[in-house]
Structure formats: C-alpha cells, structure tokens
Design a binder for this molecule. Structure first.
Ligand code: NAD
Length: 257
C-alpha cells in the first residue's frame, strides 16, 4: 500500500558515530543501527575492531576508529575521518563512560572527579563541536547523550559520577535550546541497571536483591533494550522530540515503595 504518512521510521543510509562502542550499550547500539541499515562509525579505546568486523561480517557497513574522548585532537581527527569515509555525520551518540567511585573525603578524590567530568561530560562538548558542521548538513540531525538514573537521583559514594551525569542532562537541555532552530535534536537517555562490563563486578546476589527491591521489572536490562530506545529517538520520525530526558530503567525512578 502507498504510504499515507510523511515521516520515515528508518535510519537506513544514515551515518551514526557512537563513542564507547567497543562494549556494553555502545556495542549493542552499533549492532542495532547496522541491522537497520545505517553506516556505523564504531569508536572506542578498545574492542571497536571486533564490533566493526561483526557488523561487516553480517553484511552491514561499519568502520572502527580508536578514539579517546578525553583527547580533543583525537576527536577532531576521527570525526573528520568518519565524515570523509561515510560522506557526513547524521547522528552522534555520546555513550563512552567510566565508573567513578570516590567518597568525598577519600584520597585521590580530586583526580577521580577530574577524570569523571572529563570523560563523562566535557567529552560531549568536544564531540558535539566536532560533529556540528556535518550535523548542520543532515536532513535529520540527532544527538543522543547517554546519562544515567544517577543524573536524576543519587547513590552514596559516587559523587563524581553523579555530578557528571546530572551535568549531561543540563548540557543536553542547553544544546537542545541552542540548536533547536537548526532542527538538530538533543535528547538524553537515562539507563537504569544494565547488564554490561560496568556492572559485571557487582556480585549476582547483590544485583538480584537490588533489582527485586528497586526495579518494578525486577531485573537488570540487556544492553539492547536501551539501544532500541536510542534508535527510536534518532529516527527521522522523532523530529519534534528535543530536550527530553528519557529514563530506560525498568521503572526504577518512579517507584516509591
Ligand atoms: P561498558 O564499560 O560496557 O562500556 C563503556 C565503554 O566506554 C567501554 O568500551 C570503554 O572502553 C569506553 N570508554 C571508557 N573511557 C573512554 C574514553 N576515554 N574514550 C572512549 N571510550 C571510552 O559500560 P556501559 O554500561 O555500556 O556504559 C555505557 C554508558 O552507559 C556509560 O556512559 C555509562 O556511564 C552509562 N550507564 C551505564 C549503566 C549500567 O548499568 N551499565 C547505567 C546507567 C548509565
């Protein structure tokens, strides 16, 4: 049947650049965009080549770049290479992340704080600035920042992480306002507990207890469950969604008791 509606629900042919795509949610996001026909720039400190090989082996289109988001030079060079290789950049997904546990009075707090803010927050400004010239040429430019439910609330003893993730939400809202007139959307995803390398060190009994007590869906999520929401807000059809903060948390943040 001929289409009755106007907006596309496909990212086929779009160029997406994903940071921290060598593992966890970034990898799941790279696989999903590739499945949907996007050209995927898989960037990470490590693991990126295997992810690109898997995509290309399955008949998709991907290329790997080693990229440290804390390096201004790396970001500028890699983004220019991605645009040259794939003919532009349509979608930027700021996903790279580290955990940053540190009690406020612990030794080394200042360096943990500096690293967390650099990798989790300042890096987003680097990548946005580097992608902007190409996003401006895209017919449906999208920026998605991966924050956390730690951007909405707080857990004891990880204040560098929590503060940086709160900052990501503020940055996203600010850029949504600043770039809105150009049709560039900027949204934030706040994952809850997800089964990735970042949470792998938590003992299974502790994870199960936490999920049962705090998460209405009673479990950790598979990384693909976050990737699916990220993809949805990058569709050309998601053209009027900007400045939004979207929890993908199994209901964690709305639970009272
Ligand atoms: P992960 O450890 O599996 O993946 C993170 C990736 O980021 C790794 O591949 C790592 O190499 C990369 N990375 C770290 N520092 C980098 C740097 N300087 N430059 C480039 N890449 C770098 O963890 P994940 O859970 O998939 O994390 C993805 C994002 O989701 C992070 O921003 C994290 O804070 C956030 N998050 C995770 C959870 C969770 O429960 N796992 C919950 C909420 C938010």
């Amino acid at each position: 049947m001929p289409r009755i509606t106007r907006l596309s629900r496909s990212v086929a042919g779009k160029v997406v650049i994903i940071t921290g795509a060598g593992s966890g949610m970034g990898r799941a996001t790279a696989w999903l965009f590739a499945d949907e026909g996007a050209k995927v720039a898989v960037t990470d400190l490590k693991g990126q080549q295997e992810v690109a090989d898997t995509i290309n082996g399955a008949g998709g289109t991907a290329n790997a770049w080693q990229l440290d988001v804390s390096s201004q030079q790396d970001v500028e060079r890699v983004f220019a290479e991605v645009a040259a290789r794939f003919g532009g950049i349509d979608i930027l997904i700021n996903n790279a992340g580290i955990s940053a546990p540190a009690a406020i009075d612990s030794e080394g707090y200042e360096s943990t704080w500096a690293r967390a803010v650099d990798v989790l927050l300042t890096a987003h400004t680097r990548t946005v600035r580097a992608a902007l010239p190409w996003l401006r040429k895209s017919s449906s430019p999208r920026i998605v920042n991966i924050a956390s439910t730690e951007g909405l609330g707080a857990t004891k003893g990880i204040s560098p992480y929590t503060a940086a993730k709160h900052g990501v939400i503020g940055l996203s809202r600010s850029l949504a306002v600043e770039l809105g007139a150009e049709g560039i959307t900027v949204n934030t995803i706040c994952p809850g507990p997800i089964d990735t390398a970042m949470t792998a060190r938590i003992p299974p009994e502790q994870r199960a207890k936490y999920a049962h007590r705090r998460v209405p869906l009673n479990r950790y999520a598979d990384p693909e469950e976050v990737a699916q929401i990220t993809l949805s807000i990058c569709l050309p059809a998601a053209s009027f969604l900007t400045g939004a903060t979207i929890p993908v948390d199994g209901g964690l943040t709305i639970r009272n008791a």
